[in-house]
Design a protein around this ligand. Structure first.
Ligand code: FES
Ligand code: FE
Length: 454
C-alpha cells in the first residue's frame, strides 16, 4: 500500500464500489487516470485503426490515432498494411500532415527527413554535408505498431507485442456476433466515405458503456424520435431487447422479433426493407447464429476499448426506409473529452443510389446533426461535469449501477442460450455496462507499472 499511486488507490475504490454495483463518478473525468488509461489500456490492447476499404490501393494512407498518439496507416507497394508512428525520428514533428491520401513517401515538414510508406528512413537533406554518410535506417526509421491484423477488413493494431492474436482477442463471442453484422452478404461491406469527426465533451468510457448496453435511456433521452413519429413507441424498448456479454469486455445488444414489431429488427432491420435479404447468405452460420440473425440480431455494441457500432432501420423522407451501419470510435483526447469518429458502412452489393439512401438514413440518426447523436452527446457532457466536480469529489460521489436487482423480471442469464458468453432476454439491469467496465478495471490493473503495490 505504501507505494500505491493515486491512480491505483482510485482503482482500489473502484473495485470496492463495483462490489456494490456502484462506480466512483470521478473515473469519467480525472487527469491522472486518463494518463494511466493511455498507458495501461491504449498502448496495451488491440485498437481499431482503419477499414481496408479506406486504403484499397498501393500507396494509400489514412492518418489515425491510437489513444492520443497519431499513426499513419499505409498500404505499401506489396499490398502490406503498416501502422506507423507519426513522429519524426529527428525531433518528433508529424511527418504526415493530412488525413488521407496516396504517397510512397512522407517528408517531415521540419527539416525534411523522408520515410518510405513502410516507415523506412530513405533520405536526409544535405546528407553529405550534414551527416557525412547515410543514417542507418535500421536505427532511424519510423516506429511501427508491432502488431497489425485484420478481421473482416477491420484493421486493428497493438502498440504492445504482448497481446493474443486478434482472432483470440475477438473470440469468446465478439467475432461470432460481428459475423452477423459484417458477413451477412458475400462480398462484405465497405466504408461509404471518410469518417465524420466532432468533439464531444464526454469521457470515452461514457460513450463506450452507453453503446455496450444502455437501452434504458431511449424512452427518456430520445423521446423526441417518438414525437416526430420516427417510430411509434419507444417506451418498452428494454423489453424488446436483450444483452450479449462476451469475453474481453466486448458487449452487444440485440433486438427481438415479436409479432407486434414484425420483421422490423430481423437481420438488424433488413427484414423490413426490400432489396437486402435476397443478397444474404446464412449457409455458413451455425444454428444459434441463424436464430440470432432472425430473432435477436445485434443492433448496438462495443468492442473493447473504444470501437462501437449501431445498425438500425431509418425512415427516410423520400420513399422506403434505409438500414444504416455506423461504426464509431470514441477517440480519447483529454479526460472527459473525445473526438467522435463516425464511419458509415454499406454493402458491396449496393448500387450508388441504395448506398446513398442508407448513408442519409445514418446521418439522419447518428452523425454530428443526427437526431440520436445530439441527444446522447449532451447527456454525456453532463456525466463528465459531475465527475470533475470539486463538491462531488468531496462527497465521494458514486454512480448507481444497481438497476435490475429488485426487478420482478427474470434478468438472469438465459439458461437455454446455446451461443458464446452470456445472454439476457431484456436490457433492464446494467450488466452489459459492467461487462465493459470490468474489462477496463482488469486491464488497468494488469498493466499497472511494476513496483506499485496492490
Ligand atoms: Fe523531422 Fe527534423 S523533426 S526532420
Ligand atoms: Fe442514445
Amino acid at each position: 500500500e505504501a507505494f500505491a499511486t493515486p491512480v491505483d488507490a482510485l482503482l482500489d475504490r473502484v473495485e470496492q464500489s463495483m462490489r456494490n454495483d456502484l462506480v466512483p463518478a470521478e473515473i469519467f473525468n480525472n487527469e491522472e487516470l486518463f494518463r494511466a488509461e493511455m498507458e495501461r489500456v491504449f498502448t496495451r490492447v488491440w485498437v481499431f485503426v482503419a477499414h481496408e476499404s479506406e486504403i484499397p490501393g498501393a500507396g494509400d494512407f489514412v492518418q489515425r490515432r491510437i489513444g492520443v498518439d497519431p499513426v499513419i496507416v499505409t498500404r505499401d507497394g506489396e499490398g502490406d498494411i503498416h501502422v506507423l508512428s507519426n513522429y519524426c525520428r529527428h525531433r518528433g514533428s508529424q511527418v504526415c500532415q493530412t488525413d488521407s491520401g496516396n504517397s510512397r513517401f512522407f517528408t517531415c515538414p521540419y527539416h525534411g527527413w523522408t520515410y518510405a510508406n513502410d516507415g523506412r528512413l530513405i533520405g536526409t537533406p544535405m546528407m553529405q554535408r550534414a551527416y557525412g554518410e547515410p543514417l542507418d535506417p535500421n536505427l532511424w526509421s519510423l516506429k511501427k505498431a508491432p502488431k497489425v491484423q485484420s478481421y473482416n477488413g477491420f484493421v486493428f493494431a497493438s502498440l504492445s507485442d504482448d497481446v493474443p492474436p486478434l482472432e483470440e482477442w475477438l473470440s469468446g463471442g465478439a467475432s461470432w456476433m460481428l459475423d452477423l453484422i459484417l458477413n451477412l452478404a458475400p462480398g462484405g461491406m465497405r466504408v461509404a466515405g471518410p469518417p465524420e469527426r466532432y468533439i464531444v465533451h464526454g469521457d470515452w468510457k461514457t460513450a463506450a458503456e452507453n453503446f455496450a448496453g444502455d437501452v434504458y435511456h431511449l424512452p427518456t433521452l430520445h423521446f423526441s424520435i417518438q414525437e416526430v413519429e420516427l417510430i411509434q413507441s419507444i417506451q418498452f424498448t428494454c423489453d424488446i431487447s436483450g444483452t450479449y456479454e462476451f469475453a474481453n469486455g466486448h458487449t452487444f445488444i440485440g433486438h427481438h422479433w415479436t409479432e407486434a414489431i414484425g420483421p422490423f429488427f430481423t437481420y438488424g432491420g433488413y427484414g423490413a426493407v426490400p432489396g437486402y435479404v435476397e443478397n444474404f447468405d446464412l449457409s455458413g452460420y451455425d444454428e444459434t447464429q441463424k436464430w440470432v440473425a432472425e430473432h435477436m440480431p445485434p443492433t448496438v455494441g462495443t468492442i473493447f476499448p473504444n470501437l462501437s457500432f449501431i445498425r438500425i432501420f431509418s425512415p427516410l423522407p423520400d420513399g422506403p426506409p434505409g438500414v444504416f451501419t455506423s461504426f464509431r470510435q470514441w477517440q480519447p483526447i483529454a479526460p472527459g473529452k473525445i473526438e467522435l469518429w463516425n464511419w458509415q458502412f454499406v454493402w458491396n452489393f449496393q448500387d450508388e443510389e441504395s448506398a446513398r439512401r442508407d448513408y442519409v438514413g445514418g446521418q439522419y440518426c447518428f452523425g454530428s446533426a443526427g437526431l440520436f447523436e445530439q441527444d446522447d452527446t449532451v447527456a454525456w457532457e453532463g456525466v463528465q461535469r459531475a465527475a470533475a466536480s470539486p463538491w462531488m469529489r468531496k462527497e465521494g460521489l458514486e454512480f448507481n449501477y444497481q438497476q435490475g436487482q429488485k426487478s420482478p423480471l427474470d434478468l438472469r442469464p438465459d439458461p437455454d442460450w446455446k451461443g458464446p458468453g452470456v445472454h439476457r432476454k431484456t436490457t433492464y439491469g446494467e450488466y452489459p455496462q459492467f461487462n465493459f467496465l470490468r474489462q477496463w478495471l482488469a486491464t488497468m490493473r494488469e498493466n499497472a507499472p511494476k513496483g506499485t503495490s496492490r
